[in-house]
Design a protein around this ligand. Sequence first.
Ligand code: HEM
Length: 189
Amino acid sequence: MTEQIRTPQGEKYPALLRILHWLRAVLILGLIACGWYMTGRAEHDPVAGFLYPGHKQFGLLAWLLALVHLVLRWRHQATLPTTPAALKPLEKLLSHGIHRLIIALTLLTPMLGYAMSSSLTDGDGVPFFFLSHVPEILPKNDEAFAAFQMLHRYSAYILLLCIALHIAGTVKHRLQDRNGETDVLPRML
Ligand code: HEM
């Protein structure tokens, strides 16, 4: 699948990449909301008890989808829509920088979550749908757990900030230049 699809507004991303983009957006925002909510509940709260394993396995799924996304982008790189030439240099820099950060943090955040969960001495392990426990390769160490816990939290909330900036940039160009060269939303629909 290396064809470039043309529409009246210009080029679009390949269908698989567009589907993956929206799927990952919903998944990641859901994981952040779930993580924020479950960590605010009391220790033996039954809702949190239900949400923790769900958060871990959907978090691992987000990591796998981030890898698939990277591979697909690499395979389609020659035919992907290009950065609009009409963007100002600072806008280009911001747009590229935020994209790269989002890609990096969607890979890093789940890895830190996995590292945190698997280093906790009396943790509940990490399930993954059909697997009751994913192998935990890190040695048990509660100090390492605390460090990974903090890094996972920062990484997730910085990711949220990047997503907010990404949405703000898209909305700005949609409002200022509807269906023009810098209005990139239709390329992802
Ligand atoms: C893109 C993927 C992920 C995102 C966006 C995400 C996001 C979050 C957020 C926002 C929190 C709340 C942090 C806080 O306010 O203290 C959290 C907590 C947590 N996450 Fe994730 N997470 C992801 C993947 C994972 C994975 C893969 C695991 C484990 C395999 C995991 C395990 C946990 C655990 C155990 C907590 C609770 C930590 C605590 O009790 O303090 N997360 N996550």
